[in-house]
Ligand binder design. Structure first.
Ligand SMILES: Cc1cc2nc3c(=O)[nH]c(=O)nc-3n(C[C@H](O)[C@H](O)[C@H](O)COP(=O)(O)OP(=O)(O)OC[C@H]3O[C@@H](n4cnc5c(N)ncnc54)[C@H](O)[C@@H]3O)c2cc1C
Length: 616
C-alpha cells in the first residue's frame, strides 16, 4: 500500500499525479473513473461549480450518479495544484495528504481542496476522503482586488469636477434609482455580503433600523466579548489588526462594523426600518417598504432582497400569568440591561443559554442577588481546553495561510461528516470538563450533549442556541453565588414574588427574560407574508439534503436570500450568496434553475426546530 510520504517532493508528486488523473477523468466526462478515485466512505461537497446550489454527496455510487447528472455542461478543465500539499488528519484517518487546487468551468474560476487517504482495500493510489469544489469568481466578472485593484488614469481624471467623496455621497443617496439589492440589517452578515456585492459592482443598499451601525452590539450587555477567538472572526477583505486581543469586546466590534462599512464603501441607511415587501414575478422586482429616519415611507424596487436581521430580529417574550401584578421591571435580554439599577436587588434571570449566563454573571458583579431559572437542559463546555477544539483548524492555520483557505478546509467537511466527527470529540471534551460538569450536576444543573450526542458545536451551527461556553458563570453557579432553580417553570407572578411550578417561591425585584428569539421564519412571515414564508420553508437547521435550510443559498422564493449567524459562516458563505445574486442579475442562471429546489418540509430536524423552543 502506498503510504504517506513526509518528503515535500514526494508529497507534491503524489498530489500532482492524483490531480492530473482526477482532472482528466472529469474533463473527459469519465465520471465512473472520477468516482473510483474516492474512498468508499468519501464525501464530496460542491459550492456552485456544478449547479447553482450547495450539494454534498457521500459514497462512490452516489458520487458517480451525481457527477453524471450534474457536471456535463459545466465543462471543468485546467486543474492545477495550488500551493504545497501538506499532511493532516481527520477522524479515524490519522494521516492524510491535503492540497488545494484550482480549476475552471465554463463560467467560473473555481478552487478545490482534497484530503487523500490510503486505499483501504487495494495496493494502489491514494483515495479522496473529502473533495471540495467551490466557485471562486465568475470569469466575466472578476473582482478588482489585489493586483487587479482599480487604477485610474490620473491624467485623464485630474480635470474632473467630481471627486471620490462626491461619487460616494451620490452612490449612498440612491436619489434617482433603486438598488439592485436591498440587504436588511447592518450587522456583520449584512455588511460583509454588501461588501462582496460591491466588489462585483452590484448596486446595493443596506438598511439598518438603529441609529448607528454597530448599535446591535453596543446595546448588548456590558460584559460581552466574542466567545470564540479572533483567529476565526476576521472580516471578508479586512482582517483585524495584529494588535487586537484574542477575545474582542463588543464595543470594539461595534466600532469596527462602522469602520468596515466606511472602508468597504458599503451604502448604509441607518434609522431605516424594512417593513415588508411583495414580489412582482413578471417584473422580477420587489416592492419594498422602508420607514425612513423622518418617519416617512419609501417604496424601493430591488431585484433581490437579502435578509440579515440576525438570529431572528423578534425577541421571544413569553406571556407570564400575573405579569401585570409584578411591581418591578420585566426586561428582555435584548433590552437595556445596563440601565437597570440592580445593586442589592433580588433578580431572576429566566433562561440558561449564553445570554442568560453572561447577564447573570454581570448582574452578580454589579451587586445583585441573582437566581437563574433553567427550564431545560443545555450543553456546557469550558472555554479552554474544550470550546476551542472544534475550531482548532483556525487556530493551527492562524498566520500560516490566508483565512479564505482555512474557510475552504472547513467547508470541505459536510455537516453529516461533522456530526460524525463531533460525537467522539464532544465525549472527549466532556471527559476533560469532568470537574466542571460534575460540579454543575451537584447543584442540580441540567446538562445534555446535544440531541445526537454531538456537543455544543453542532448546536451552534444548527441553531446557535442551547449551549454555554464557561467564561465564569458556571463557577458562580457551582459556588452558589448565582442561585439555580432548575427543571421548573414560572407558575405566576405576584407583586414582589415569583411562584414556580413546584410550589416554591422567590422574592424578586427584577426579572430578566433571557428567553431568546423567535425562529427567523416568524420574522419572514411578518415581513413577507404567508405565501413567501411557506414557500421558503424552514430557515436554519440541517435539511435532508445535508445543507443548512435556506441559509446563504437561493431559496424557493425567487430573489430572496438569508445571511446570518456567526462571523466565520457569514464571512465564508457571503461569497457564494454574492456570486448567486450577481449570476442571477447577469442572466447566467438558466430559467430551468430560476429558483432553488423547494425547501419546505424537507427536514425533520428543521420542522421540529420551527415548532420548538426559541433560540437563546
Ligand atoms: C451574546 C452573544 C455572543 C455572541 N458571540 C459570538 C462570537 O463570539 N462569535 C461569533 O461569531 N458570533 C457570536 N455571536 C453570534 C453572532 O455573531 C451574532 O449574533 C451576530 O450579531 C450575528 O450577526 P448578524 O449580522 O447575522 O445579525 P445582527 O448582528 O443581529 O444584526 C442584524 C441587524 O439587523 C438590524 N435589523 C433587524 N431587523 C431590521 C429591520 N426590519 N430593518 C432594518 N434593520 C433591521 C438590527 O438592528 C441589526 O443591526 C454572539 C451572539 C450573542 C447574542
Amino acid at each position: 500500500m502506498q503510504g504517506l510520504s513526509t518528503a515535500p517532493a514526494e508529497r507534491n508528486q503524489m498530489a500532482a499525479t492524483w490531480l492530473a488523473e482526477f482532472g482528466d477523468a472529469l474533463q473527459h466526462g469519465e465520471y465512473a473513473r472520477t468516482a473510483a478515485m474516492m474512498h468508499p466512505d468519501g464525501y464530496w461537497r460542491d459550492l456552485l461549480t456544478f449547479g447553482w446550489i450547495f450539494k454534498n454527496v457521500h459514497g462512490i455510487d452516489a458520487i458517480r450518479a451525481w457527477l453524471f447528472q450534474a457536471v456535463g455542461s459545466h465543462a471543468p478543465h485546467a486543474f492545477r495544484l495550488d500551493g504545497e500539499p501538506f499532511a493532516g488528519a481527520i477522524g479515524e484517518h490519522r494521516a492524510t495528504l491535503n492540497f488545494f487546487f484550482t480549476f475552471e468551468t465554463a463560467t467560473a474560476l473555481a478552487r478545490g481542496f482534497v484530503r487523500l487517504v490510503e486505499d483501504p482495500v487495494a495496493r494502489g493510489p491514494m483515495k479522496a476522503f473529502t473533495v471540495l469544489t467551490a466557485m471562486h469568481e465568475l470569469k466575466a466578472f472578476r473582482e478588482p482586488v489585489g493586483r487587479r485593484r482599480p487604477r485610474e488614469d490620473m491624467r485623464a481624471v485630474s480635470g474632473e469636477v467630481e471627486n471620490w467623496l462626491d461619487r460616494r455621497s451620490q452612490a449612498r443617496e440612491f436619489k434617482d434609482k433603486d438598488p439592485d439589492v436591498i440587504v436588511i440589517g447592518g450587522g456583520q452578515s449584512g455588511l460583509m455580503l454588501a461588501a462582496r456585492l460591491g466588489q462585483l459592482n452590484v448596486s446595493t443598499l443596506v438598511v439598518e433600523k438603529t441609529d448607528r451601525i454597530g448599535d446591535v452590539w453596543r446595546y448588548r450587555y456590558r460584559s460581552l466579548k466574542l466567545h470564540n477567538e479572533i483567529c476565526m472572526n476576521h472580516f471578508a477583505y479586512m482582517p483585524f489588526p495584529d494588535t487586537w486581543p484574542v477575545y474582542i469586546p463588543k464595543d470594539k466590534l461595534a466600532n469596527w462594523l462602522e469602520f468596515y462599512a466606511e472602508s468597504m464603501e458599503v451604502n448604509v441607511w441607518t434609522k431605516t426600518t424594512f417593513l415588508g415587501a411583495e414580489y412582482d414575478k413578471a417584473q422580477g422586482r420587489w416592492a419594498a417598504r422602508l420607514q425612513l429616519a423622518d418617519g416617512s415611507i419609501k417604496i424601493m424596487r430591488p431585484a433581490h432582497i437579502a435578509v440579515a436581521v440576525g438570529v431572528s430580529g423578534l425577541p421571544n417574550i413569553p406571556a407570564i400569568p400575573g405579569q401585570n401584578d409584578f411591581a418591578g421591571p420585566i426586561v428582555h435580554s435584548n433590552g437595556r440591561i445596563d440601565k437597570l439599577d440592580v445593586t442589592g436587588k433580588s433578580l431572576l434571570v429566566v433562561g440558561a443559554g449564553t445570554s442568560a449566563h453572561d447577564i447573570a454573571q454581570e448582574l452578580h458583579a454589579r451587586g445583585a442577588e441573582v437566581t437563574m431559572l433553567q427550564r431545560s437542559s443545555i450543553t456546557v463546555v469550558s472555554l479552554e481546553p474544550s470550546s476551542v477544539r472544534p475550531y482548532e483548524l483556525y487556530r493551527q492555520n492562524d498566520g500560516i495561510r490566508p483565512i479564505e483557505d482555512t474557510d475552504l478546509m472547513a467547508a470541505s467537511v459536510p455537516y453529516s461528516l461533522l456530526a460524525r466527527l463531533h460525537k467522539p470529540l464532544s465525549r472527549q471534551m466532556a471527559e476533560e470538563d469532568k470537574d466542571l460538569l460534575d460540579g454543575l450536576r451537584r447543584v442540580g444543573f441540567l446538562l445534555d450533549n446535544g440531541e445526537d450526542d454531538t456537543g455544543y458545536f453542532l448546536k451552534l451551527l444548527r441553531r446557535q442556541a442551547g449551549y454555554y461556553l464557561n467564561v465564569g458563570a458556571s463557577d458562580l453557579i457551582i459556588a452558589g453565588k448565582i442561585k439555580l432553580k432548575a427543571g421548573v417553570d414560572i407558575e405566576r407572578l405576584a407583586r414582589k414574588k415569583v411562584i414556580f411550578s413546584d410550589g416554591t417561591a422567590l422574592e424578586a425585584d427584577i426579572i430578566v427574560l433571557a428567553t431568546g428569539y423567535k425562529p427567523l421564519h416568524e420574522a419572514v412571515r411578518a415581513m413577507f407574508g404567508n405565501d413567501v414564508a411557506d414557500r421558503v420553508g424552514p430557515i436554519w437547521g440541517i435539511g435532508d439534503d445535508g445543507e443548512l435550510c435556506a441559509m446563504y443559498a437561493r431559496t424557493a422564493q425567487e430573489g430572496l436570500y438569508f445571511s446570518g449567524g456567526g462571523i466565520p459562516g457569514a464571512r465564508a458563505y457571503s461569497r457564494y450568496t454574492a456570486l448567486l445574486i450577481k449570476a442571477a442579475l447577469e442572466g447566467l442562471i438558466p430559467a430551468s434553475e430560476a429558483t432553488a429546489e423547494s425547501t419546505p418540509a424537507r427536514s425533520r430536524e428543521s420542522e421540529r426546530r420551527k415548532r420548538s423552543e426559541p433560540v437563546t
